[in-house]
Every structure is written in C-alpha cells, then in structure tokens.
Design a protein around this ligand. Structure first.
Ligand code: SAM
Length: 209
C-alpha cells in the first residue's frame, strides 16, 4: 500500500465533516438506478471499491443486501462509515486495501457486482489502471456486473488535490475488453456541497464470457 496515498485520503476524511466532502452524496440515486438494472438477488456479492463514506452502503443494507463488501485504502473513511452504520456494520465485510496493489482484495471470492464511484479517475498511470482492471477481471463473475461512475471527458482535471484521468464509454469498454458488454450509460452532473458541479459518466457493463 502506498503510504503517501493512504495518508492523503486519511487526512481528507479527518479534516472534513463527511457531508462537506467534495464527493458527498446525500442519496446515491444514479448508482441505485443502474443497480436496479442488474436484477441481483439479495444474496449477491456486492463489492464497493474505494467506498469512502458512501451513503450507497446504507441504502444497500436498507434494501436487504446481505453480502456487501466495502473496501478502501483509508482506514479513517472505513471507521467513519462503520460508526455511521452502527449495528448495521456487522452485516458487511470490511477490507482496507490498495486497489492498485491489492493484498487482501485479490484473495476474496468472486463478486456479482463491482461498484466504483469516483475512484478509477485517480489512477493516472498505465500501471495503476492495468492493476485496477486486472483485479476487476479476476473478481467479477461470469454474468456479473461492473458499475463505474467516473469523471467524463468534460469533467475536472483535478479532484481532492490530485490529477485525474477522464473517461468516455468507449474508453471504459476498451479497458474492460471483449468479455464485457455495455448495458447502459448516462452522463450525470453532480453538484458538490460547495455548489460547484462535476460532470460524470455512469456506465453499467455485464460480463458475458
Ligand atoms: C472521491 S472519493 C469517493 C468515495 C466514494 N466512492 C463515494 O462515492 O463517496 C475516492 C475514494 O477512493 C479511495 N481510494 C483512492 N485511491 C485508492 C486506492 N488506490 N485503493 C483503494 N481506495 C482508494 C479514497 O480513499 C476515497 O475514499
């Protein structure tokens, strides 16, 4: 795990109230909309990479999902999310790991859904991107889904003080390769707590072979 990166994210979560973070969502509507398209059973294994303190976890627990895996490089984010969830945290598997250099994530059982909102765009180096997609391909089951929400080509070039790499659907498809099919995608303008906006692409893929 890169210590500098872990420290960067720990500090971001220590310094701010969760609801003031530049990526805070009160209700993760676009993710939930796409997850509905997956027709998953409540026993499906749902992996949230770079989960942060995402309210998606609260919603998935409330909807009855029983096999949620929440992972992040930041132990501070995970602690804050666990605290907010209270006793609901016990139904979740927690993994602190670097997704571009995984030691624990690479050993988990395959998953039915890989969910990433606002994580992939931080991997600006080819090596990091390759590691991300290689882990994804190792973990997503046949007929499983990949939901990626990332800054689109009109998006900002920096986030949380870090440079980002922006995507369109074709770039994501190319990274995923021929074993994945695009199910649905849309552009979404996220409004930050500060009032600024950030253009995202939300894309859902299915593993078909
Ligand atoms: C912009 S935040 C988004 C958090 C969350 N997905 C959400 O939508 O609220 C990016 C998250 O990615 C995590 N992250 C960044 N680099 C990571 C890495 N290499 N491995 C795992 N998590 C990482 C950060 O700690 C942070 O929680």
């Amino acid at each position: 795990m890169t210590l500098a990166l872990k420290n960067h994210w720990d500090s971001a979560y220590e310094a701010n109230d969760i609801s003031k973070l530049g990526w805070y969502e009160e209700f993760p509507e676009p993710s939930l909309q796409l997850i509905q398209n997956c027709d998953l059973s409540k026993n499906a294994r749902v992996l949230n990479v770079g989960v942060g303190t995402s309210t998606l976890i609260d919603e998935l627990v409330n909807q009855g999902y029983k096999n949620i895996i929440a992972s992040d490089i930041s132990g501070t984010a995970i602690d804050k999310l666990r605290t907010r969830l209270g006793s609901k945290k016990d139904t979740i598997e927690w993994i602190i790991d670097d997704i571009t250099n995984p030691t624990h994530l690479s050993k988990i059982e395959p998953v039915d859904l890989w969910h990433d909102r606002a994580v992939l765009h931080f991997f600006t180096k080819k090596k990091e991107q390759n590691a991300y997609f290689s882990l994804l391909k190792k973990l997503v089951k046949l007929n499983g889904y990949v939901l990626i929400a990332t800054f689109n080509k009109d998006g900002a070039t920096m986030c949380s003080g870090l440079p980002v790499h922006r995507y369109d659907k074709d770039m994501l498809l190319e990274k995923l390769g021929v074993n994945f099919k695009l199910i649905k995608y849309f552009n979404f303008t996220y409004s930050m707590p500060s009032g600024d906006t950030r253009p995202y692409i939300y894309a859902l893929f299915k593993r078909t072979s």
